[in-house]
Design a protein around this ligand. Structure first.
Ligand code: SF4
Length: 163
């Protein structure tokens, strides 16, 4: 029987709540994210056997919230708990306001090979209405920088039919 091992890791922190947001996310603070990471690392150990986390993962997905608010060191601490190889798809959701070229490069070095960029819209009026913290130029810049540092697998979240 073919088994696949996919893990989703939720990072429930954002810089600010968007106006339409229905996800589990809270305003980030150093204290809360530190506590959360510590509990997360413990929980991964506790559930390692039950959820086959000791197997080589087919995919690992950091979603949120805004996982790109975490430091690269914290992401590494989490990834180090897993087994993966060059075939594992490792994704992080990225808010354009929270990364620069150096951080993208560090993601690549860490083994992250897929980005999901939260663009939502290229219309500034809509972005403001949605309460997003970035503008469209910043989103395009992050996409271009991601290409420059070698990301080949990138998805963009876009919203349509906004009222
Ligand atoms: S960035 Fe995403 S998770 Fe965070 S508040 Fe906005 S919609 Fe919600």
């Amino acid at each position: 029987m073919l088994r696949v091992y996919n893990t989703y890791i939720h990072i429930p922190f954002c810089e600010k709540k968007c106006n339409y947001c229905d996800f589990t996310s809270f305003k980030i603070s150093e204290d809360s994210s530190k506590k959360y990471i510590n509990y997360l690392l413990k929980e991964i150990e506790l559930y390692k056997k039950k959820y086959d986390l000791g197997q080589i993962q087919d995919s690992i997905y950091f979603g949120g919230g805004t996982p790109s608010l975490l430091s690269v060191e914290d992401l590494k601490k989490i990834l180090d708990k897993f087994y993966y190889d060059e075939k594992t798809e490792i994704t992080i959701e990225v808010n354009p306001k929270t990364v620069d070229k150096n951080k993208l490069k560090a993601y690549k070095e860490l083994g992250i090979n897929r980005l999901s960029i939260g663009v939502q819209s290229f219309n500034e009026k809509f972005l403001q209405l949605l309460g997003r913290i970035h503008n469209s130029k910043e989103a395009i810049k992050v996409y271009e920088e991601a290409r420059e540092v070698g990301f080949k697998n990138i998805s963009l979240d876009l919203m349509f039919s906004l009222p």
